[in-house]
Design a protein around this ligand. Structure first.
Ligand SMILES: Cc1cc2nc3c(=O)[nH]c(=O)nc-3n(C[C@H](O)[C@H](O)[C@H](O)COP(=O)(O)O)c2cc1C
Length: 133
């Protein structure tokens, strides 16, 4: 148990990377059922496909799971609205500026983590108000 486990309500501090084309509801729900945090990789999905994956993931696990949204996604507004409407509780943003969507997602009760590759960028994420990076 550590701060990441407490934050996301998971048993082990293991977060499965959100991966375009590779991490749909099957992988995400399997990781969450095993005590880690599974992430659906939305970057390769049309909005209706993401909706289907979220619903199937909800049916496949009662454990916390999240959705990774690369912010360079062309229909980003549609995807953000979709995760809010579907009641997703955890969003991992990536590939963009974490300042743009974090507040909006927080207003809807969603925990926000932003994927970065260095402590320098993690400090920027902290300034942007994310819950983890
Ligand atoms: C095939 C593949 C697809 C990936 N797609 C995404 C993605 O859609 N969004 C994202 O934030 N990171 C993506 N990543 C990066 C991973 O989520 C992860 O941050 C990266 O692999 C570093 O973690 P690792 O050192 O454990 O591999 C991808 C990685 C791989 C290998």
């Amino acid at each position: 148990m550590n701060r990441i486990c407490n934050l996301f309500g998971i048993k082990y501090p293991i977060i499965q990377g959100g991966m375009v084309w590779c991490s749909g509801w099957r992988l995400a729900s399997a990781v969450s059922n095993a005590g880690g945090l599974g992430l659906i990789g939305a970057g390769s999905m049309h909005p209706e496909t993401l909706c289907e994956h979220i619903r199937k993931c909800k049916a496949a696990t009662d454990q916390p799971f999240g959705v990774n949204i690369p912010l360079m996604y062309p229909e980003i507004n549609t995807l953000i609205n979709m995760v809010i409407e579907e009641g997703v509780k955890i969003v991992f943003t990536s590939a963009g500026n974490p300042k743009i969507w974090t507040e909006h997602l927080h207003e809807h009760g969603i925990l926000v983590a932003h994927v970065v590759a260095s402590t320098k960028f993690a400090a920027k994420c902290e300034e942007a108000g994310v819950d983890a990076s």
